[in-house]
Design a protein around this ligand. Structure first.
Ligand SMILES: Cc1cc2nc3c(=O)[nH]c(=O)nc-3n(C[C@H](O)[C@H](O)[C@H](O)COP(=O)(O)O)c2cc1C
Ligand code: SF4
Length: 480
């Protein structure tokens, strides 16, 4: 029930388990080569990142109530900047107030622009202090609308017979959305396109090198890509389902010109919603209909299986519109967290993994490799490395070596160990007493709403104890 999976004392032991599970995760064992692959500069559009390591976008849920960065936000990015990864992917930032995922999510608008500029400035300063330059640092801002996960009201891209049953109008009272709950109108989506364009314009004015139009994790951009049953101009065929993102990108390109980097974090496999099996504490799929016209990147006849046909078509569209950087992700953190971030232990009340986490890591690497091989000219950032702890470096270097990805992206691992990139390049190895153990306290904090501002900030309580240790204690005594 509470099985621990990660038990490897050596690379050989990990290799052995990979073989036993019949997986094909490559690992680079030579330290010099490992450092050379991870240290390889990457040309991204008109910019160059000084090495092949990226920090994934990660919300701290710690902005001010109006969506400006607060002290913990500055602290997080200064730590990342000092850590040495050369692609800093700034977290999900809402483009409209009603599309925020929590009351402390960052929000980009005219009023908040200066504070985001200050965040970027302090981040660069921190990098400059350690490395003497920021000329090889690439900073991208993730733009989002949280769709069905917006607060206070869910804003739906489509009706979804499985997810709707667990989409709450009032979580405290356990009230889910009613049968006649509306989806967002075509008119709303059309004007939202312009809000994304305006946000991109502000991001460029502030000094970001590019923006990511977020298309993953069940948020609006991702939900629309899978909205096969939505009527009207934004649903049904793939051309309609991709209309939102293609319109946004075409308008940004038309307004901001080719020097501004266009990126997207793309969920290439939604899978289906899971639930806790109370008898075993392990996750199991919720009942789903077949055929399953509700997800993106899934086989309609068996949505537990990926189908990359449409993700390939969407990537081709994005590329035609000038996107040069794609961050491959998958899953939905609310509905099937083991898909997006393979973990050892769930957040409290959630399910234990229904598969060996190495299978999830392999799925990330495999799907990313397929897409990278299909689009070798695009810079792809891979996900799913943190569960491997210090062996992440061996996997990242090997995936880069084999042309399966261009950059290794680190999420939770960077909250726990922001200096991972510096240590990778100077020592070729990570200090195992600092690596993320995927015990999911960060997600626990993210889900806690009993804070006076309606949301607890998140970070890494085990390895960034000073700040987040007390916050976990506080969250436990102020349960919402
Ligand atoms: C606390 C936390 C916040 C996150 N915020 C975002 C976000 O703002 N945007 C995003 O695309 N993904 C977000 N993610 C997902 C991560 O970027 C990443 O995809 C995931 O953690 C898996 O990578 P890892 O195994 O290296 O952690 C978040 C994850 C965590 C744990
Ligand atoms: S709380 Fe820290 S160690 Fe645990 S999963 Fe999150 S980042 Fe990793």
């Amino acid at each position: 029930m509470t099985k621990r999976y990660f038990h490897y004392q050596s690379l050989e032991q990990l290799e052995q388990e990979i073989r036993q599970l019949n997986l094909q995760i490559p690992l680079e064992s030579n330290l010099e080569r490992l450092q050379a692959y991870l240290g390889r500069p990457v040309k991204i559009g008109p910019f160059t990142a000084g090495n092949s390591m990226a920090i994934h976008p990660m919300e701290g849920c710690d902005g001010t109530p109006i969506g400006q960065p607060d002290e913990l936000v500055f602290r997080r990015y200064e730590r990342f900047a000092r850590g040495g990864a050369k692609l800093l992917w700034f977290e999900a930032t809402a483009v409209v107030p009603e599309g925020r995922a929590n009351p402390r999510q960052l929000l980009i608008n005219d009023f908040n622009a200066k504070s985001l500029e200050a965040l970027l400035h302090r981040t660069r300063l921190a990098h400059q202090e350690v490395y003497g330059t920021t000329s090889d640092l690439v900073e991208v801002l993730q733009l989002t609308h949280s769709g069905r996960y917006s607060t206070p009201l869910p804003l739906l891209g489509q009706r979804h017979p499985v997810l709707d049953k667990v989409t709450f109008l009032d979580r405290k009272k356990g009230v889910t959305i009613p049968q006649d709950y509306p989806i967002l109108s075509d008119g709303y989506l059309e004007q939202l396109e312009d809000r994304f364009v305006e946000a991109a314009r502000l991001a460029r004015e502030i000094g970001f090198k590019g923006v990511d139009i977020k298309l993953t994790h069940g948020y609006l951009g991702n939900e629309l890509l899978g909205a096969k049953t939505r009527p009207g101009r934004y649903g049904g065929c793939l051309e309609n389902r991709s209309r939102f993102v293609t319109n946004v990108l075409a308008k940004i390109r038309g307004t901001l010109g080719p020097e501004f980097l266009l990126a997207s974090r793309l969920g290439v496999f939604d899978s289906v919603p899971y639930m806790l099996d109370t008898a075993t504490q392990i996750g199991k799929p919720r009942a789903f209909p077949i055929p399953y016209p509700f997800g993106f990147g899934v086989n309609e006849k068996n949505p537990l299986e990926p189908d990359l046909n449409e993700p390939r078509q969407v990537i081709a569209m994005l590329r035609r519109l000038g996107v040069t950087l794609i961050n491959i992700s998958m899953g939905n953190p609310y509905a099937n967290p083991h898909i997006g971030r393979p973990f050892e232990k769930p957040d409290e009340g959630n399910y234990f993994p229904p598969e060996h986490p190495l299978i999830g890591v392999d799925r990330h690497f495999r799907l990313c490799a397929e897409l990278q091989k299909a689009f070798p000219d695009l810079v792809m950032v891979g996900t799913g490395y943190s569960w491997l702890q210090h062996f992440q470096l061996h996997a990242g270097a090997a995936n880069i070596r084999d042309g399966r990805v261009t950059m290794m992206g680190i999420g939770r691992g960077a909250l726990a160990y922001p200096n991972f990139a510096r240590d990778a390049l100077t020592k070729g190895t990570l200090d195992t007493s600092h690596t993320c153990k995927t015990l999911t306290f960060c997600t626990y904090l993210m889900r806690q709403k009993g804070h006076p501002l309606g949301q607890f900030p998140t970070g890494c309580p085990p390895f960034d104890k000073e700040v987040y240790g007390p916050l976990v204690k506080q969250a436990r005594t102020h349960k919402s």
